[in-house]
Design a binder for this molecule. Sequence first.
Ligand code: UD1
Ligand code: MG
Length: 448
Amino acid sequence: MYSSIWTVLAILALSASLIFNPADQPLLSSVGFSLIAYLVTYNLIPALGPAFIKVGFSGRDLSKKDRPEIPETMGAVCAIVYLFCMFLFIPFVFYQYLAKTIGGGVVVGYDSLSEGLVKGRILSAFPHEKLAEYLSAILCLQSMFILGVADDLFDIRWRNKFFLPAIAAIPLLIVYYVDFGITAVMVPVVLRPYFGDIVDLGALYYMYMAAVAIFCPNSINIYAGVNGLEVGQSVMIGVCILLNDFIYLVQPNHPAEESHLFSVYLLLPFLAVSIALLRHNWCPAKCFVGDTYCYFAGMVFAVVGILGHFSKTLLLFFVPQIFNFLYSVPQLFKIVDCPRHRLPKFNPETGLLEPSRTYFDKKKPGKLGQIMIYVLEKLHLLKVWRDEKGVVISISNMTLINLVLVYVGPLREDHLAAVLLGIQFASGLAAIALRHSVAAMIFGRDNI
Ligand code: UD1
Ligand code: MG
């Protein structure tokens, strides 16, 4: 599955004209870089597959009859192409400022720092804080990428790796502190008589942002196990954030324009490399994305939300992931037994996926686990199998994927992926509508 020579030439020509557009518009350059990123990723993945298998980056597709071995960790290709793309984009995004500061001795102007007419490079005209934001984003994503590869190599225990994204996010939080520093949140209108219009959360706000950086990568990684789901959900979330960005960008001179442009610059190449990966990972998958991709994708969203100053809105786009995480808590915290894999069970006779189960023949759940199973069953959120005496022998694994199968019945793998991605996109659109309607009512105004 490679692009034809004509597609390559057409994309290269179009990209070149966009990157070097005469209006020096960074947005157009970003689209140009993204097209090249797509082309490179799409062709590199099949080319590098055999080399990945050779060094042990491979996995068995558990939902196929013959369980074929295919390359894993292909998210590494995406991450590297993405990072290169972000490096090459730096001169273009800062071009207008570089033009002002370039060529010592040529520019004459007023320098606010020295408060006088100066001859030479007006370095204070350069937005160093913007470059710091940009570089901290890259540093954070690079650290996350390294961590992801380490996990794919050594299968690190999740309780050991869970908090590491917060460490990767430190450069980001420091830049947020010196550059933006707002830790106050608006109080809903009904609570204002008690708390005032805004509440300053101080250090708590930084802890909240660190929690976002931990949650986004991990929540994508545990909402997985169906061909196309890890990348597909990331593409859906990315598209929804992009739509939300454009709501701000279409309004001339909006105060939040810069932060939403920043979000677009980070998201366009991300979507490009992800769509290229999705085409190879869609059922029947030719490769797996690996934990590398899940961590990288989650961190892209955390970076975009934190530096774009919309980390609370960001979580609205993670509703299926939040549900899947909360629903998984009994198994994640071992209150109820958790098998290594909770992905749906493939039935070789029908070729369909069915809910996978946890059996209690060896290890019975404790009192708390039994209560949780009882409550979830009463809420119609769990399928429970009992023996003739009414003793629980097994339950459907606690993931949104299995829950959909419990409700809809057995499904083909690609149909299941399509249903789950449909849920993701619909909830993302609802989040946008909610953000700009109900939120405006609750908080008295919309900040568009
Ligand atoms: C997470 C889930 C686990 C799920 C796994 C699937 C939790 C706590 N962990 O674990 O339940 O089974 O993701 O990715 O919820 N695979 C397929 N088809 C796919 C994707 C993956 O068969 O479409 C299998 C392959 O054998 C692949 C392996 O899953 O090698 C990858 O699993 P890995 O990403 O290492 O699992 P975790 O992220 O630890
Ligand atoms: Mg994984």
